[in-house]
Design a protein around this ligand. Sequence first.
Ligand SMILES: Cc1cc2nc3c(=O)[nH]c(=O)nc-3n(C[C@H](O)[C@H](O)[C@H](O)COP(=O)(O)O)c2cc1C
Length: 347
Amino acid sequence: MNNSLSLNKYDTDQSYDWNYDHAPKPVDLSVEQIPGDWNFCGLKAASPLGIAAGPLLNGSWLLYYASLGFDILTYKTVRSVAHPCHAFPNLVHVKTGFLTGDEESLEKSNDPTGSWAVSFGMPSKSPSHWQDDIAQTRKLLPSEKILSVSVVATVQPEWSLNDLANDYAQCAKWALESGADAVETNFSCPNVSTCDGQLFQNPQNAAIVSEKVRSVIGDKPYSIKVGHVTNDEEIEILVDALGPFVDAFVMTNSVPTTVHDENGAQYFDGNKRGICGQATRRASLHQTRLFRQVIDKKNFNCDVIGVGGISTANHLKEYLDAGADTIQLATAAMLDPMVGAKIRKEF
Ligand SMILES: Cc1cc2nc3c(=O)[nH]c(=O)nc-3n(C[C@H](O)[C@H](O)[C@H](O)COP(=O)(O)O)c2cc1C
């Protein structure tokens, strides 16, 4: 294996649309195995290495990362209607140590630090576009690789909770009908100021949505993505509410805060954005451990999928020790597409 290969990656100087149209071609790379029995929501996985919702903008990006040693591939969050991306810049490097969630604002960094503010707003192509793309991708993806699709509802001002639940369920159904092996509902996204973005903070409503999704998808593998939770009691309530309906809890989406430049000028009109990357690892590991304990205590048969700041084999081990069943990368894989192959070699 040649670790010094310099591979194409997401170009942060270009728009989301440009990157959507310029996915690199799959590469021919032989990678080390990670010994063990790995499972993702009841499906057998060739390794615990996944890509989180985000870097895989479409099927071409998904096939590229599949060729780089990732086995559980999450198609970036899609919607029931086409939706534009937030204005450029979409990724702003930040100076920071490990985040706790109490930070008021972080300063932008001109150089990569391994942590960045993410501002996409969950753009989506129309359902027919992403459905065709998923169907085609599943055909081209090696059979042992798992294709999960992340979905989110697009709330309208007059909508009831039932409408919201139906929209999530509709997207989930479409994704599975297109050939996806699994579906993930994104209950956490600090990039939108609407109620669909923060569902994980409202366990009662989240349960209604999960139950609806479950009723529509039957026994297909179903995970939910949650944001940053620090409080044991909140975790117990969330697990109690969602445990009966889901196969996995995926965490942590990000830790939200605002970002400013060296002169104090605010990015994103002073709104919070999710900080992703290594600064979130400590918080996410802690959260992973707490979820695992609560799930086991309550005897739910749910995976915990660790996400946040993973870039080395040691990080993978830390998440497995914390009780994660599998893990997913976003930032590190975008900054260095070879990171999966490197983790496999180090493990
Ligand atoms: C460029 C980018 C886009 C993202 N888009 C989504 C998204 O559409 N849906 C979602 O649930 N999470 C999204 N995320 C969050 C990631 O899935 C992940 O939770 C987060 O980045 C933490 O992992 P990391 O530290 O490895 O980056 C995105 C992250 C990045 C970096």
